[in-house]
Write a protein that binds this ligand. Sequence first.
Ligand code: NAD
Length: 335
Amino acid sequence: MAKQPIESLTATTAATEAVALRAELNQWRRYYYDNDAPKVEDDVYDREYARLVALEGAFPTIVTPDSPTQLVGGTVKAGFTKVQHDIPMLSLGDVFSHEELQEFDDRLRQNVDDPFDYNCELKIDGLALSLRYENGRLIQGSTRGNGTIGEDITQNIMTIASIPHELKRPLTVEVRGECYMPKAAFAALNERREAAGEPIFANPRNAAAGSLRQLDTKVTAERQLSTFMYNVADYAPLTARTQSDMLEEFADLGFAINPDFKVAHSMTDVFSYIDHYQNERPNLAYGIDGIVIKANPLPLQRSLGATVKVPRWAIAFKFPPDEQPTLLEDVEWTV
Ligand code: NAD
C-alpha cells in the first residue's frame, strides 16, 4: 500500500506508523542477524528502514531506544562467550544516489575547516570481525554482535588462512574488517547442501555469517572463508596516519586487504569509482553491496567521531540489489 507523504502526517499518526515499522524491522533483524537467514531481500528491508528514518527525522520526539535506527546488529548466539568491545564496532550510514552522497560531502565539509581526501573502498558483503593481537600474536577474534558485545570466535578464526597468527611486527593492536565467503565457495556450498537435502543459504553474506558463528570449529574450517581488514580500534600503535596508508600497513603486517581502494581528491573521482565498480561487480570473486567512502586522515576520523550507530567520517553508497538473488522461500533457517 502506498505510504502517506510525511508532510501530511501528524506526530500521532507518524508514531503509530513507526511502532508498526519497528516491530516489522526488528523481526526481520532477528532472522537476518541472529539466525543468519533473512526473511526478505535487503532492498525491502532498506526501503522500510528509510521510511522509519524519514518519520523519525520529521518527528524526533517519536524516536525510541529500541528503534532499529538506534541499534547495531543482533544478539550473541547461545553457546558463545561474550566479548566486550571497549571501542564499539559500528554500522555505516547509507545513501542510494549521487545526490545523497553529495549532500553527505557538503555536510561534512561544512564541519571541517581543512581540505581532505576520501579513501574509496569496496563494501564487502560479509560480516564484521575484530582481531586482537598482543605483541604481534593473535589472541582473540570476535564478531560485531550488537556493537558493544560480540561473540568470541577465536577458535573459528584460527582456521581462516588469510588471518595471520603472528604479525610481521610485535604490535599490540585491534584490527577490524570483513569476513566473507567467495562466490565460488558459496555456489559450491549451496550445491552440496542441496544435493544433501539441506537448506541452502540466501546469499554469501549469510553463508559467511552462518559459517563463522559455528560452535563446531571443524565446520568453519571447511567453509573456505576469507577476510579483508580495513579498520582499527585505535590507530595509535600504527605508523600510518591515513586510511589508505593504514591499508598498506595492514598488508605489510601480513593481513589480507582489498587492493581495489583508491584515494579520491574530489567527488568527481568518487563518482567515477562508484561507476567503475558498479560495472565490475559481476566480475569480482566476492560479493559487494556498494562502496564506502571514508575521510582519509585518521586524526580527522577520530575528531569527527560517531553517533550511537554510525561513524560521521564515512558513508556507504549502496548498489541496487544483485541481479539473481536466491528466492527466499527456498531458504530455511540454517546454520
Ligand atoms: P551495513 O552492512 O549496511 O554496513 C555496515 C557494515 O559494512 C560494517 O559493519 C562492515 O561490516 C561492512 N563493511 C564492508 N566493507 C566495508 C568497508 N570497506 N569499510 C567499512 N565497513 C565495511 O550495515 P549493518 O548495520 O551491518 O546492516 C544493515 C544492512 O543489513 C541493511 O542495510 C540491510 O541491507 C541489511 N539487513 C537486511 C535484513 C533483511 O532482512 N534482509 C535485515 C537487517 C539488515
